[in-house]
Design a protein around this ligand. Structure first.
Ligand SMILES: [Zn+2]
Length: 152
């Protein structure tokens, strides 16, 4: 069931807010996030990312949602639809893309588990484990600087 409060939130057009560009006070944090290499591409359609933060992990659905506190605060204040992660994700995967991210090969079941871990506990062990194993395998197959190294 959708309550009255939820409907208000659904009214807020995050996509439209994003198209206006980031508020200047977020710029520094957006740049940091975009270049941090902490984004992990989890799913391509819709675009779902995890940001492996220093103080916890966040799930980002492109143009729609981020599980960080900043996003919740901004949505509840209305009028401002983004947090630094949403804008940074836009910058990485947008038309003039730049920035660094990693890609994970995960099944739908693993994606669901990862999202659930982040939303309920603020941290995903499953994704860290997959990345760790992926790194080990890639490290064994190629020690040269191929294109995966830019994602680190
Ligand atoms: Zn966020």
């Amino acid at each position: 069931m959708i309550g009255e409060e939820d409907e208000k939130i659904l009214d807020l057009d995050v996509e439209e807010e994003l198209s206006k560009g980031p508020p200047p006070e977020l710029e520094q944090r957006i740049q940091y996030a975009a270049n941090s290499g902490r984004f992990v591409l989890l799913w391509r359609d819709p675009l779902i990312l995890v940001y492996l933060g220093e103080n916890g992990d966040y799930v980002i659905v492109d143009g729609v949602y981020c599980s960080c506190e900043g996003f919740a605060r901004r949505v509840s204040r209305r009028g401002i639809g983004g947090c630094s992660h949403i804008y940074a994700a836009r910058r990485i995967f947008g038309e003039n893309s730049g920035g660094r991210y990693r890609v994970v090969e995960a099944s739908l079941e693993e994606v669901v588990l990862i999202v659930w871990e982040v939303l309920t506990g603020g941290l995903t062990h499953t994704l860290r484990k997959i990345l760790y194993l992926q790194d080990k395998i890639q490290g064994r197959e190629s020690s040269s600087g191929d294109e995966t190294s830019k994602d680190r």
